[in-house]
Design a protein. Structure first.
Ligand code: PHE
Length: 447
């Protein structure tokens, strides 16, 4: 029966494609830029441990739930939630969850695009004769120039809009297919370089030896938010992609592959970066500039570094692009369905909103640096609001919807499984463990 239901936006051409697209959404700046700097800001091992626990215990069950909801609803997250709520005989107001998710996507895109712009600008870095000092200076120079930041932000967002306006189903597949494995190879290469850096062991210990005294409520909330962010959960991106998933694909295995690949890339990025940080006497708590300051030093001192450095930032920009596409897609699909407007109109409209908001993020590093919300500049405030609040909150509601609102027989039907041990384990996690744990982290943080 599921065979006949298809999304009006299309269906991925093969089973592989969903895995690739979802991995493309998951793997991005979150893994290579954000994970290392957050680990560094939060003291290393303790953060990494909580982060890994959040991925396994909260992220993975919710990812399965999100894919399942998406495939059953076969439309944009907002309309999917509405349809499934009606199917479960409850209020269609559940569509609000899709709507707030689309909003979270736009907000994330606004600052994501600014950081992706940094990656894009580093394609032209040159990677020659770079020292720890000169690398720090060039990054700070970039941040202090409103015109450069706005230029790269505008360029990145325009590329995103261009790709999404053409329809993400064709085109995207071929790209991710070859480029994601290439990125993986370069990150491996950087790890190899890190083993020669002289501070490899120090880096590994920093990343993997937890100092339990460092686990504070803030660290827990940051790790939880990062788990949602890196897996693209809690705002409908994975749900929107699930709507294009062929009916005969196993959701459980798929979710595990995506989460494993995503976590693998983040850990490898950390393994590559921290030894370089320590070998060059840089601070692990450098903040958002960490990757942009450390990696150029590595590239400038390795053989063929200009080539690898350029290629790395090209690939990082593309990884960011395949994530940014999924940030805007839930809203675009929703506008197309609800307002019956063309894809290009919907994309331009939402792209403009994200671009406009992004201007404030770009300027928060220079002209507007004095302007703060709860002590955070605009960039950090948007990041906090979305990743630490909106995504985990969206996740709680998704878990409640799957575990308590949907009829169990429909869940079983869509997952195409028997009520076996693994199912029961997952069902228990999504009904109790995920919502309760997220709730506890919130309470712990706010009280
Ligand atoms: N997961 C992406 C990354 O790690 C970012 C993202 C978040 C994409 C939420 C979609 C939804 O870069």
């Amino acid at each position: 029966m599921a065979e006949e239901r298809k999304s009006i936006h299309g269906t991925w051409s093969s089973r592989w494609t969903f895995i690739l697209a979802a991995t493309g959404s998951a793997v991005g700046l979150g893994n290579i830029w954000k994970f290392p700097y957050m680990a560094g800001d939060n003291g290393g091992g303790a953060f990494v441990l909580v982060y890994l626990a959040c991925i396994a215990v909260i992220g993975l069950p919710i990812m399965l739930g999100e894919i399942m909801i998406g495939r059953r609803g076969r439309s944009s997250p907002a309309n999917t939630m509405k349809a499934l709520a009606v199917e479960a005989n409850t209020t269609p107001a559940w569509s609000l969850l899709g709507a707030t998710g689309a909003l979270a996507g736009l907000l994330i895109l606004s600052f994501y695009s600014v950081a992706a712009g940094w990656a894009l600008s580093y394609v032209f870095n040159g990677f020659q004769n770079i020292t720890a000092e000169s690398s720090t200076t060039s990054f700070n120079d970039l941040l202090s120039s409103p015109t450069s930041l706005i230029f790269w932000h505008t360029l990145f967002l325009s590329i995103t809009v261009f790709v999404v306006a053409r329809g993400i189903l064709d085109g995207l597949e071929k790209w991710i297919n070859t480029l994601m494995p290439m990125l993986f190879v370069i990150v491996l290469l950087l790890c190899l370089y890190a083993t020669q850096s002289g501070a490899f062991i120090q880096g590994i210990i920093y990343l993997f030896q937890p100092d339990f005294s460092k686990i504070t409520p803030e660290v827990m909330l940051e790790a939880l938010g990062q788990a949602f962010f890196t897996l693209s959960l809690g705002m409908g991106a994975i749900m929107a992609y699930g709507a294009y998933m062929p009916a005969n694909q196993n959701i459980g295995k798929t979710a595990i592959s995506v989460a494993a690949l995503d976590t693998g890339v983040a850990l490898l990025a950390g393994i590559a970066i921290f030894p370089i940080v320590f070998a060059n006497g840089l601070a692990a708590s450098e903040g958002p500039g960490l990757v942009f300051v450390t990696l150029p030093i590595a590239f400038s001192s390795m053989p063929l570094g200009v080539f690898f450095g350029t290629l790395f930032f090209v690939l990082l920009s593309i990884a960011a692009l395949s994530s940014s596409i999924s940030l805007i897609e839930p809203g675009v699909a929703w506008l197309i369905e609800s307002l019956k407007i063309k894809r290009i109109t919907a994309t331009l409209l939402l792209g403009f909103v994200a671009w406009f908001l992004g201007l404030f993020s770009a300027l928060s590093f220079n002209l507007l640096s004095e302007f703060t919300i709860f002590g955070k500049n605009f960039f950090d405030a948007t990041d906090f609001l979305t990743n630490q609040i909106m995504l985990p909150l969206g996740g709680i509601f998704i878990a409640i919807f799957v575990g308590w609102v949907m009829k169990k027989e429909n869940v079983l039907e869509e997952l195409d499984v028997e009520e076996n041990f693994i199912f029961k384990f997952w069902y228990f996690s999504i009904r109790y463990i995920s919502p309760v744990m997220v709730g506890c982290v919130f309470l712990y943080f706010f009280i």
